[in-house]
Structures are given as structure tokens and as C-alpha cells.
Design a protein around this ligand. Sequence first.
Ligand code: GLU
Length: 266
Amino acid sequence: MTAPATPESIETAGRIVVKVGSSSISGERAGQLGPLVDALAGAHARGADVVLVSSGAIATGMPFLQLQERPTDLAVQQAAAAVGQSLLIKRYQERLDRFGITAGQVLLTASDIADPTHRGNAERALETLLSLRILPIVNENDTVATHEIRFGDNDRLAALVARLLRADLLVLLSDVDALYTRPPGEPGAERIPFVAAGDPLTDVLVTETNTGVGTGGAATKLAAARMAAEDGIAVLLTATERVEPALAGERVGTWFEPARAAAPTR
Ligand code: GLU
């Protein structure tokens, strides 16, 4: 398998890791979960190995703990995640049912991937799920690790999973349609459609944001995108609502050219 060299060749990607954040699939955007699953099922149907890295456990669990707002207490966040995680998987599975696809829940931490024994176990389990055509849905294991809760870093976990599985493509979905030269909305912010391999992006100003139900922002996405691209994995950063055209090879979002990319065919 090789990383697609251009967005147009995305359909040649044999193994795809897609990451979605809490705010894209909960609250008033909860309706995006269905179209997201439809797009994943489309890639699965053409034979790709598809892995979803999804946050959203805390946001999904909040109403069941009678919480109107994201809790600030870490233990309560973990409790909400414990309640929400199973419901989140249930929602994904309900939508996957119409395609006859089974989800497999995988809860991981970045330190699991750093530990050779845990990494080997995770890799074997994920490879087996993929060989069975099951769609793994990965999230941080929030009761034992709180890195994502504190730093919004499921983006990094997604890049680590993409590396572990030697994925061809990492798709980072968020509420913003692309990478901009400055925070979008600020005067002079320009959309960046393409980032060449090794481009240090010195003129780009990114800041962290907190969206209310989730954490993370452009900085964690950019760091994850660069990490994956340096590993030879093509990266597409776009909005969750554009996942369908993105996986169909339309020019959306920001494309990070992978290092050691295959020579363009034209
Ligand atoms: N892993 C947690 C979740 O899925 C954390 C998300 C977050 O802090 O945004 O809810």
C-alpha cells in the first residue's frame, strides 16, 4: 500500500484512519454522526481498511449525569466518559447496521503505544479486527488516562494509530474546513489548500481553542498532521460535514503531502 500522492488519488488509499472530535458529533451537531458513518461505510465498501478515532464520550455522557455543561472536575469528566463511551459506540453501531458493518471498541492511551508489549497487543488486535472487516472505533481510555481530556490530544492518538497500522491516509475532521494562515475569522486569515512535505509553515499562526464540549484545536491538529506526514502518511484536514466529498477525492480542506510520497502520476 502507498500513501495517495494527491487528493484525487484518495480512493487508492488501502488503509485510512479518520479522527473526529467531540464537538463535531454531539449537541447541535449530533446529526453529523450519520453522514460520517455513511462516508466511512463507502470507503469500507470499496475495500479500504477503515479505522475511526472518535472522541465524544464525555459529551455523550453529560445528559445522563444531568450535566448541562462540561464538568470541570476530572473525576466527573471520567465518570461522564465511562457512561458516554458505551452510548457513543451504540450510536455508531446503530448507523453501521444499515451497511452490515460491525464496530469494535478499542480504548487506548498514548503510553500504551509507547510500551512495546501494549503496542504489540494493540497492533495485533487492530490488525485482526481489520482482517475480519470490522471497523475499529478508538478513543482514549479515559478512566486510566486523561491526556486527551486535558490537552485535547486525540489528534495525536490518531496519528500514533495511523503510524502503528502503517496507514496510507489520516483524515483529521473538525469544525473548521481547513488550515488557515491565522485563526479563521481573524482579518487576513487565508485558507491553505496544500502543505508540501517538510514545509515548516513558519508563517502560520495557530492557537488552541476550547469548544465547550471538547478540547483541542488547530495546534494539536497541525502537530498530528505533521507527525503523520513525516511518517509517509498523507493527511487531509477538513470539516466533518465535508467527509463525504473528502473521501471521494474532491479538493477540500488542507492536504499534507506525505514525506517520501509516490511520484505523481501526472
Ligand atoms: N476522550 C474523551 C472523550 O471522548 C475526551 C474528549 C475531550 O476532552 O474532548 O470524551
